[in-house]
Design a protein around this ligand. Structure first.
Ligand SMILES: Nc1ncnc2c1ncn2[C@@H]1O[C@H](COP(=O)(O)OP(=O)(O)OP(=O)(O)O)[C@@H](O)[C@H]1O
Length: 261
């Protein structure tokens, strides 16, 4: 199967003047940011601030105006947003692994489905490789979601995204439904995969410790607006200027980077 991009060629993303509106309600207002190839970018903010809507708009699941564009190396040809190759290159992992996996489908069928949609061959080898990559192994192939723990289910959700060989993962609160110890395991797996595959991440979380652990930079959102763009180093050193971000830090229990380390 041909790869969409050459190995080692990470892909980033640029969002410009993104605006999402439902009736009179503005969920995301004039939001712009760049995620460099191979970078891990976080979006934080209180509940309802528009974080998930940004991810949904990027992958075409929310009505938007503004532009979304992939960023690559000079001369690299990249698919247009909304096209089928774009939908393969940019994969989303949702918060609730139980809700996002079909309860009556085996892991094998869950992982085969995206391969069929995108017309990829070599199904068995790809499924086994994806299971190995998320640390589960082939023994999990014919199990059902209810036979898995929360952490194992989230690993299947990650495998389902990875099986299409994406370059960008959109992670919507990927560990918030998990116990603290399992949360750390899944975050470490994600970070390991990012480094090995040269992936770019956009991760939404209300947990500043989690975002700072995994992300290089982050955007703080409030009521659909961007409050500030920061590096994780700024956040860890409490170099934040906006009172809203300072309050988020307090709400995160004083914010301990070690909480997920
Ligand atoms: N399809 C929709 N129709 C109407 N309003 C919507 C729709 N989707 C989202 N919203 C509203 O947009 C706002 C932002 O929602 P969003 O899910 O992006 O917030 P969030 O920051 O991700 O919150 P949470 O952390 O609780 O998931 C919310 O007020 C939500 O009710």
């Amino acid at each position: 199967m041909p790869s969409l991009t050459s190995p080692g060629q990470s892909v980033g993303l640029e969002v410009q003047h993104l605006h999402v509106q439902y009736g009179d309600f503005v969920a995301v207002a004039d939001t712009s940011f760049q995620v460099l190839p191979g970078e891990s970018f976080g979006i934080v903010g209180e509940s309802g601030s528009g974080k998930s809507t940004v991810l949904r708009a990027i992958c075409g699941l929310a009505p938007k105006t503004g532009t979304v564009q992939l960023l690559g190396q000079a001369g690299q040809s990249l698919p247009a947003p909304g096209s089928k190759p774009f939908r393969r290159l940019v994969q989303m992992v949702f918060q609730d692994p139980y809700g996002s996996l079909h309860p009556r489908h085996t892991v094998d069928r869950i992982l085969a489905e995206p391969l069929v949609i995108h017309g990829l061959d070599d199904e068995q080898a790809r499924i086994e490789r994806a299971l190995d990559e998320v640390g589960l192994g082939r023994g999990f192939r014919f199990r059902y979601p209810h036979q898995l723990s929360g952490g194992q289910r989230q690993r299947i959700a990650v495998a389902r995204a990875l099986i299409l060989e994406p370059q960008i993962l959109l992670l919507d609160e990927p560990t918030s439904a998990l116990d603290a110890s399992v949360q750390a395991e899944v975050l470490n797996l994600l970070e390991d995969l990012r480094q090995r595959r040269g992936l770019s991440f956009i991760m939404v979380s209300h947990d500043l410790a989690v975002v700072t652990h995994l992300c290089d930079r982050l955007m703080v959102m409030q009521r659909g607006q961007t409050v500030e763009l920061l590096s994780s180093g700024d956040l860890a050193a409490h170099r934040v200027t906006d009172p809203y971000t300072q309050n988020l830090m307090l709400a995160s229990g004083g914010f301990r980077r070690s909480a997920v380390g």
